[in-house]
Ligand binder design. Structure first.
Ligand code: CA
Length: 456
C-alpha cells in the first residue's frame, strides 16, 4: 500500500471513531416529576421527618436550584410548560383540562417529539394529565411507550384506568411501586440507544393512600395525614432509588441528565387537594401565585457535564426542556418559540448573567412577575383567609424575596416606581398570551379526584 492512501484511511478511521464517539456520548435524559410535593419535604430541602436518601443523593450529585419555579400552581399547566418549553398560557393551557376533550393543543410539539426525531427511545411512565382523547395520548405526542393513567388523579391501589400503551393492565400494584418498576424496565430494555424517559409520579397527590409497611415506619407522627404523606413520599423515594440504581447498573450514571421537580407547590390550604405537605418557609400553596404555589424543589444532575453545587438565580421548569434538547443535540431554532433557556452555561459560570430578565405567571386573575430579588404578585385571598372557598384576588403586592422569602412585608406603597415598572412589564408579557382555551372559573377543577381508596 502506498502512502497516498493513508490520508483516506486516516479520514475513514477518524470519522468511524467520532461517529461511534458521538453515539456513545449522546446523553440519556430522565425527567422525574413529583406531584403536589411540599417545598420542604425532602432531606435536601431540610425536611426532618421524611427520609429521602435517594433524592438527596441525586441532589448531591448535581445542582440544587434555590430559586426554581414552575409556570403555574396547578398540575396540568406546568406539565404542558415542561414538555413544550413554552409558557402554556401562550397556547391556552392555563388551567387543568376537564373531561375527555381538552388537553395539550395539537399545535404544540413536545420534547419527546424532538428527541425521537434524533433517534431517542422515548417513554412516559405515570400521570399524563395532558389529554385523554386518542389524539392527545402519550403515544401520539412523541412517546414510543406509555405506562400510566391519563387523568389528573388516581387511586394508588386500583389498576382500573392504568394503561400499557392504550390497553388496560391486569397487574395490580401500588402505583408508585409500579411506576418505579416500569421505569427500571424501560432503562433495562433500551441500553443500546440513547433514551428519554418522562417519569411522572402521582405521588404525593391525593388520595392519601400508603402501604401498611411504610405507614408503620411513621407511627411516631401524630398527624394522620402527615403520617400518610410521609409514607407516600418514602415510597416515591424508594422507587426513584431503584431507577437511579438501574441507571448506574447499565453504566450510564455519568452520561444521564436527570432532573427532578414537583409540578406545583404543596396544597396546604382548604379547598385544595390537601395532603399534609409543607412549603415552609414559603407562604401559600397550590392554586396561588404566592411562592408556596410556584417555587418547587428543583434538581439537575449530569455528572459528566455538571459539577455539584447550588444555583441561586431564578430558573423555571421550561428551562429543563431547552437544556435537555440542547444536551440531546437538537438545534434550537427561533421557530420553536421556546421560552426556556439552556441552563448549562449558567450553571458552569460561563455565563454569569441571570438566565431570565424576568419570569412571569398568569393564572386567571392571579398574576406574578419575578425580576431580580423583587416579585410583584396578585393572589387569591383564600391564601390568607383559608376558608376553602376561592376569594377575590388581592391588590398587587410587592415583595423583596431576598430579604422576605415568606412574602410578609408588602413594599407596594413604599416603592411605587418599582411597582409601576414591574406592572408595566407584566402587561407587556400578558399581551403576548392568548385567552385560556378552557377553565378559569374560581375553584377550577383539579382533574378526576377519586376518593380515598380501599387498600387491597
Ligand atoms: Ca400537582
Amino acid at each position: 500500500m502506498t502512502h497516498r492512501f493513508l490520508p483516506i484511511i486516516y479520514a475513514i478511521l477518524f470519522s468511524l471513531f467520532f461517529a461511534k464517539e458521538s453515539r456513545a456520548q449522546k446523553p440519556n435524559i430522565l425527567f422525574i416529576v413529583g406531584d403536589d410535593m411540599g417545598y420542604s419535604d425532602t432531606g435536601f430541602q431540610n425536611c426532618k421527618d421524611i427520609p429521602t436518601p435517594n433524592l438527596d443523593a441525586l441532589a448531591a450529585s448535581g445542582v440544587v436550584f434555590t430559586n426554581g419555579y414552575v409556570t403555574g400552581p396547578y398540575c396540568s399547566p406546568t406539565r404542558a410548560g415542561l414538555l413544550t418549553g413554552r409558557y402554556q398560557q401562550r397556547f391556552g393551557h392555563e388551567f387543568n383540562p376537564g373531561g375527555n376533550i381538552q388537553g395539550l393543543p395539537l399545535t404544540e410539539t413536545t420534547i419527546a417529539n424532538r428527541l425521537k426525531e434524533l433517534g431517542y427511545e422515548t417513554g412516559a411512565v405515570g400521570k399524563w394529565h395532558l389529554g385523554a382523547q386518542p389524539a392527545m395520548q402519550p403515544q401520539k405526542r412523541g412517546f414510543n411507550e406509555f405506562y400510566g393513567f391519563l387523568g389528573g388523579g388516581h387511586s394508588y391501589f386500583k389498576n382500573s384506568g392504568i394503561l400499557r400503551g392504550t390497553e388496560q393492565v391486569d397487574e395490580l400494584d401500588y402505583t408508585t411501586d409500579a411506576f418505579g418498576r416500569e421505569a427500571v424496565s424501560f432503562i433495562e430494555r433500551h441500553q443500546k440507544n440513547p433514551w428519554f424517559l418522562y417519569l411522572a409520579f402521582n405521588a404525593v397527590h391525593t388520595p392519601m393512600d400508603a402501604t401498611d409497611d411504610r405507614l408503620a415506619k411513621f407511627t411516631h407522627i401524630q398527624d394522620k395525614r402527615r403520617q400518610t404523606y410521609d409514607a407516600m413520599m418514602l415510597a416515591m423515594d424508594e422507587a426513584i432509588g431503584k431507577v437511579l440504581k438501574k441507571v448506574a447498573e447499565v453504566g450510564q450514571e455519568k452520561n444521564t441528565l436527570i432532573i427532578f421537580i414537583s409540578d406545583n407547590g404543596g396544597p396546604t390550604m382548604k379547598g385544595t387537594t390537601m395532603n399534609g405537605s409543607s412549603n415552609f418557609p414559603l407562604r401559600g400553596g397550590k392554586r396561588t401565585t404566592l411562592e408556596g404555589g410556584i417555587r418547587v424543589p428543583f434538581v439537575l444532575s449530569w455528572p459528566s457535564h455538571v459539577k455539584p453545587g447550588k444555583y441561586n438565580l431564578p430558573v423555571i421548569q421550561m428551562d429543563l426542556n431547552t437544556t435537555a434538547l440542547v444536551a440531546g443535540g437538537v438545534k434550537i431554532k427561533s421557530t420553536m418559540k421556546l421560552d426556556g433557556v439552556n441552563l448549562i452555561p449558567f450553571i458552569s459560570g460561563e455565563n454569569s448573567h441571570a438566565p431570565h430578565e424576568a419570569l412571569y405567571w398568569r393564572f386567571g386573575e392571579q398574576m406574578a412577575i419575578r425580576k431580580g430579588d423583587f416579585k410583584l404578585v396578585r393572589y387569591d385571598t383564600n391564601a390568607d383567609t383559608n376558608t376553602g372557598k376561592p376569594q377575590p384576588v388581592t391588590a398587587v403586592k410587592l415583595y423583596n424575596l431576598k430579604e422576605d422569602i415568606g412574602e410578609t412585608n408588602d413594599l407596594a406603597s413604599a416603592m411605587p416606581g418599582k411597582l409601576k415598572e414591574m406592572q408595566r412589564q407584566w402587561y407587556t408579557w400578558n399581551a403576548t398570551l392568548v385567552k385560556p382555551l378552557w377553565g378559569g372559573e374560581p375553584g377550577d377543577n383539579d382533574g378526576p379526584e377519586p376518593g380515598a381508596s380501599k387498600r387491597k
